[in-house]
Design a protein. Sequence first.
Length: 270
Amino acid sequence: MKQKYLSLLAAIGFAFSSCEKVVDIDINDSAPKIVIEANVFNGDDDCLVRISKTGSYFSNEPLQMVSKAKITLSDGITEYSYTEIEEGVYKLNKIGRLIPTLYKIKVNIDGEIYEAKSQMPAAIPINYLVSEYQSGGTIEKTGYQISFGFHDPEDDTNYYRVKYLLNGKLQSAPGDYYLIKDELFNGNSVQMELFGERFEEQDTVTIELMSIDKTSYYYFSVLADLVREESIGSAAPANPPGNFDNGALGYFSAWSSNKRTIIAKQKAQN
């Protein structure tokens, strides 16, 4: 049977920026399915939901966005509503920042209900951020290496996602996906670098350390693998394991983050 492709925003997708790379995820050529990409986090930016339907492989038409959905978010005490700000894109109506707790989202599309839940972890501060000049070699380029560090809480397994901006632009190539599980350093301080990246003097680099839950970690792990395979022309093996019920594709992720910025060759800014 011929296959079709579902366009999703990659990992970091709609999840982390409205201008991220679009990837193709392999799905059977069957009836259109609902795709929900929903994120809530502890920042001041808008928390958005994007709803679309899968399209046909043989069609050149853009994805069909889903309007007039009714969406609510609950933390067990407060219920928040959403407002549609453009076709198929909805903004959470909130004042101030959300706090770490369990969130449940409910999406009503023409009477069909789709629900998911996600635990927002506490934000983990970046306590170390430096740049160091490195001479190039056979593989690596000459330039400034950026390293950062944080202290992992000594509790249950923690999951992280790291993204970075270069001179204000989000870096979203397949090699820029950083997903971390603390099984090798649980409860300890850890130092990491942006592997293989070298920066020019006076480059401004912003590191964002995102604390995510287990479900989000595995969803984006699969999605990152699909992005890499798509980039080399391989067929996508499966859909990422989303957490919406009632047959909807996509994900709901509640996450928190901490950001720090450095200018190459200078000390980190607070």
